[in-house]
Ligand binder design. Sequence first.
Ligand code: F6R
Length: 605
Amino acid sequence: MCGIVGVLGNHEVSPQIFDALKRLEYRGYDSAGIATVNRGKLDLRRAVGKLINLSDILVHEPLPGRAGIGHTRWATHGGPSVANAHPHRAGRVAVVHNGIIENFRALREGLGTEGISFSSETDTETIVQLASHYLERGMTPVEAARATLKRLDGAFALAFLFEGEEDMIICARRGSPLCIGHGEGEMYLGSDAIALAEMTDRITYLEEGDWAILSRSGAMIFDAEDSQTNRPVTRINLENAKVDKSGHRHFMAKEMAEQPRVLQAAMGHYAGVGEDNPALPEGLDFSATDRLIMVACGTAYYACQVAKYWFEKYAGLPVELDIASEFRYRDPVLGPANTALFVSQSGETADTLAALRHARPHVAQVVSVINVPTSSIARESAVALPIHAGPEIGVASTKAFTAQLQVLALLALKAGLQRGYLTPDAFAARLSELRAAPGFVAQALDREEEIKRLSELLSQARDVLFLGRGVMYPLALEGALKLKEISYIHAEAYAAGELKHGPIALVDTDLPVIVFAPHDALFEKTASNMQEVLARQGKVILISDAQGLAAAGDVPDRLMMPTVPEIIAPIVYAVPAQLIAYHTALHRGTDVDQPRNLAKSVTVE
Ligand code: F6R
């Protein structure tokens, strides 16, 4: 959701900024731009579309300077165009911004009455026009930035660069992430530490409401009350910040292939081999919890939906689920014995973060399952459980989903033990099944060739229906989401039993219907629903294990999965859901890693 970068360097900074933007491109790719100050003069280059377009411009019109800011955009206010691209400039100041300025209309009107005209449709331009206005009235850059920040409502991270100031960038964080990087006589800033990984491993994470004045000799940081403050410098593990495709064609392909290793790592972290009663982080206790409230968005929400079955089955814990963007607008009833659990790969999703803040004062404990341990959601939770998946760059979440499932399953089992709902023997049995997940996921990945063939068929479809029952229902939802987002084929998912209550009207000879149905207690029921589709000449693709396929009889399109213990079936069946979407998208020639209109890390509401 827009990436921002800043560099105060000892040499030309445009290439460094461009490289950092490449690492942030997953956050948005509607347009990109860089501004620098060179010999006191502010100048900028901007281009619509992906970074490659900006690179073409920079080849023909290089941008010299040792101080600069850069931006990669996911459009909110105003479509993708050069005029709407960041950096925005007014007079002697340029700004890059991630987030939304909620009072921009009022500010724009106010500035309009002062005779200031706007050249873009963005909310961001109000920031730069305000700052320029204050500079014109005689304020210093620091005073102008401070006065501007005081006028802004909303959630944002931003950076100012001033004409005539080659040793100063002013940045601020309110609601959107921002970190400062420390170099040798250089200073950097970025939306995340990954952006800065080529430059430094020494990072300061700004806190909510902080703003900072950067110079090459360091950063002066101020809190929301404008008091100068210290924020720690942490060393990040550069290995974890590596972003390359490691020989794969796409990040998504690499991230799917990494799943066995990632799941092993997550398991090793929480429940090493031989640990029969692995400890969860201190303070995490479900024994007095009367209700678990789980909140997330998108794929992370589907992980919660699977986990609801586990917490109910293995811990006897009543669970309520909500999509984060709905949760805080529906007066949810929260109680002092509730545990609220938030799941997010990025840990920065604005809706999930807002939901967490809404719940925190009313519940006993706030827990999160995140991939980025330094993220806002992690930092604002009493207990944060990292999934140890490493950076996920493909916009479609894959390894984070299966790692979320693995950690949530372990959490549900542990809750069952703490609550006396699972005996130690039952706990140990389920735990050893969970430990087998990485091996079975590797076996599922081996089905890629067959999936490629099935996907060719799917790539011709206009619509696809996914069906599943029990934990396979959220898997069907996840399969439909993955297919929609990267192949642009319309897909729907239903709980198989719901089919007859309406959606069966869609079934005809053209509609592929993908059925997730391991041979479990619900298999016969799902198989009956599948027969209802076959009876109407629907094109069924059955994904099941050997027993299921044998029991299903004559289904022409089928995919054989390994026979797996019930608890890990959702983790293993996630693999065909991902591979189907991936190969269908390849057949259709869409942009797998950067699908249209999307961005990773959704930091606007
Ligand atoms: C889909 C996908 C999104 C995210 C959602 C939440 O493939 O990636 O639906 O799952 O935007 O993001 P996080 O997990 O970062 O909160």
